[in-house]
Design a protein around this ligand. Structure first.
Ligand SMILES: Cc1cc2nc3c(=O)[nH]c(=O)nc-3n(C[C@H](O)[C@H](O)[C@H](O)COP(=O)(O)OP(=O)(O)OC[C@H]3O[C@@H](n4cnc5c(N)ncnc54)[C@H](O)[C@@H]3O)c2cc1C
Length: 407
């Protein structure tokens, strides 16, 4: 089974994605080198189909399809190109803050253009100096009359070099309290925005994720997302409500690709006069990977359905991201053993690349350590504040409830 509790519209979408993969993605593979990371052709084709704006409500020109639809698209693409799926999902991350905390003029200006695929956005939070410690952000925004002046650097930003706008979280107060950060929408072509030369990475071919510097970049106060001091809410809502499921979806696609590679290898390679899969030990190992794929699919689809239904899904989203990424790493490691020497040659097997791609799913939207920290706090009743999914999924926040039709 490909998905769980999906509707006809989800399966129609899956068929469209598979056609797109066959017609547009496969002929362009492999997406090797920095040039492929700087080429936005494929992500823009996907954006034009409305796949960046799947969760944007129809009132803002989006498809209003919700998170299950987004999951279908993301893991199907990740199954053939984890880097492209990473880029597509990165362009969806900034939507949470804009939809839930952005001003009406900001939403009316930008959401229809994002929904049409005319504009690719990012979520630009991480700094080399901060990582998981969001209150450690040092890049600043300083108010000067009606404008803000932005300075500092951001690192490992998804779609950094191909996007048209950045949803940037910056320090606006020297204090370290909950209100020390503020979010802003910054156009990529604004004076003072400078992407640094893109470094090559060992993982996620075709994915632009690099550094952006802001040098005395002046932006109007109208570009502020939410109130002054709400930057951590913009970042956390993006990470919890979009990032965890999105990265879980990419990890699911990687896991499916691992299974595809292992099945192909073990059914075609013969040892002792029979296919590898007919040897009980190998059969057992492939069975373990299949179990990981099935349980990862269940985790991802359940979390997405809960989110679309407006249920409290924070724990399920966290668990899905954590477990699926760990299963992807464990399965790819086991696959390296099954495929043996062939696994060490990219021309023979994609498995070593998939192992690196699986590892790349660990740091973003909460490292494994951070997820276990949060889950442990939750188990012990030490969690502060309300659930993000409850808070932004209520009917008062139509941004998250893309559809309230009961499906
Ligand atoms: C593929 C990919 C895509 C990304 N996309 C984006 C993006 O679009 N936008 C963006 O802003 N950023 C993005 N990032 C950056 C990502 O958000 C950071 O990698 C993440 O926040 C973790 O930071 P770090 O890598 O610096 O690790 P660190 O925070 O330095 O963590 C290092 C280690 O310390 C542990 N650790 C840290 N804090 C704690 C703690 N409190 N308790 C216990 N252990 C702890 C971690 O678990 C980890 O093992 C992306 C990264 C990757 C790899």
């Amino acid at each position: 089974m490909d998905g769980y509790l999906t509707r006809r519209r989800h399966e129609q979408l899956r068929t469209q994605v598979r056609s797109f993969i066959a017609e547009e993605i496969r002929p362009r593979l492999p997406l090797e080198g920095v040039d492929a990371r700087l080429d936005s052709t494929l992500v823009r084709l996907m954006a034009r189909r409305g796949w960046v704006g799947l969760t944007i409500p129809k009132v803002y020109g989006g498809r209003g399809e919700g998170h299950v639809a987004k999951l279908v698209v993301t893991h199907e693409i990740a199954r053939v190109s984890p880097g492209l799926a990473a880029e597509l999902q990165a362009c969806q991350l900034g939507l949470a803050g804009l939809l839930n905390l952005g001003s009406e003029p900001l939403k009316r200006t930008w959401l229809p253009r994002i929904a049409q695929g005319e504009i690719l956005p990012t979520i630009t939070v991480t700094g080399r100096d901060s990582g998981s410690h969001i209150k450690g952000i040092t890049a600043t925004a300083r108010k000067d009359g009606d404008v803000w002046i932005i300075n500092g650097g951001k690192a490992w930003i998804g779609a950094s070099h191909v996007a048209d706008i950045h949803c940037v979280v910056l320090r606006t107060s020297e204090r370290t309290g909950d209100d020390c950060l503020t979010a802003f929408l910054v156009e990529a072509d604004r004076e003072g925005v400078q992407p640094l030369p893109h470094q090559e990475s060992v993982a996620l071919e075709g994915f632009s994720f690099g550094e952006v510097r802001f040098n005395d970049c002046r932006i109007p106060d109208g570009n502020r997302i939410g109130d002054v001091g709400q930057g951590e809410e913009v970042a956390s809502s993006s990470s919890v409500l979009y990032g965890r499921l999105n990265l879980g979806a990419v990890a699911l696609g990687i896991l499916e690709a691992v299974l595809d590679a292992v099945v192909e290898h073990t059914t075609q390679r013969h040892l002792y006069g029979k296919p590898l899969i007919k040897h009980p030990v190998v059969n057992d190992q492939v069975g373990a990977i299949q179990a990981n794929v099935t349980s990862a699919r269940m985790l991802a689809y359940l979390a997405a359905h809960l989110l679309d239904r407006g249920e409290d899904a924070d724990t399920e989203l966290m668990t899905a991201k954590y477990e699926i990424a760990e299963k992807a790493v464990a399965s790819a490691t086991l696959a390296m053993e099954i495929i043996g020497a062939y696994a060490l040659f990219p021309g023979e097997s994609p498995i070593a690349q998939l192992l690196l791609d699986a590892h790349a799913m660990r740091p973003p939207a909460g490292t494994p350590g951070i997820q276990r920290l949060r889950l442990g706090q939750q188990a012990a009743g030490l969690t502060k504040g309300t659930s993000w999914s409850r808070r932004f999924a209520s009917p008062r926040h139509p941004g998250m409830l893309a559809r309230l039709s009961g499906d």
